[in-house]
Design a protein around this ligand. Structure first.
Ligand SMILES: [Fe+2]
Length: 159
């Protein structure tokens, strides 16, 4: 069964779709876990389309991609999503949007970027992060789960 699953993923990679598990922890400034936070992500599909009504991009939407998801952090502050490796779209380097709410009065909205992506340094929004750029980068590495190609850890600090 395992080789079959791997083969299926390799086929989809040829179409520009790379299955990735994005995971991490929601913590406070002291590194203490925040449980029960709502974690939302959204990103464009592999065809560069966002699945919302304001996307003027005329690329064909990938109807098999949800485009948005949410979960809650567990008792140790952990969250996990199965999604696709973000792709670049006109004017932007690859990124995944994040919003964390339900942690009191503080709401965090940010973007996760791909470490080593050549387009990062020419992306105005990424560059505007200045000294915080490194904290917005996640390393996409080979997954230890045969049902995903890559995994990427992204911890979020709620200040
Ligand atoms: Fe975006």
């Amino acid at each position: 069964m395992v080789p079959v699953a791997r083969a299926a993923i390799l086929e989809t990679i040829e179409d520009g779709v790379v299955v990735v598990d994005v995971y991490g922890r929601i913590v406070d400034v002291h590194g203490r876990p925040i449980s029960g936070a709502k974690v939302e992500i959204w990103q464009c599909d592999a065809n560069t389309r966002y699945h919302h009504i304001d996307d003027r991009n005329d690329a064909q939407p990938d109807e098999n991609f949800q485009g948005y998801g949410f979960t809650a952090s567990d008792a140790d502050g952990r969250y996990r999503f199965r999604t696709i490796k973000p792709v670049k779209y006109p004017g932007r380097t690859p990124h995944i949007h994040f919003r964390v709410t339900g942690t009191g009065n503080v709401e965090l909205t940010t973007q996760m970027y791909v470490r080593g992506e050549p387009g990062n340094e020419s992306d105005g929004i990424f560059r505007s992060l200045g000294d915080l750029r490194d904290e917005a980068l996640a390393a996409f590495v080979a997954s230890d789960d045969d049902s995903a190609a890559l995994m990427a850890r992204f911890d979020l600090v709620i200040a």
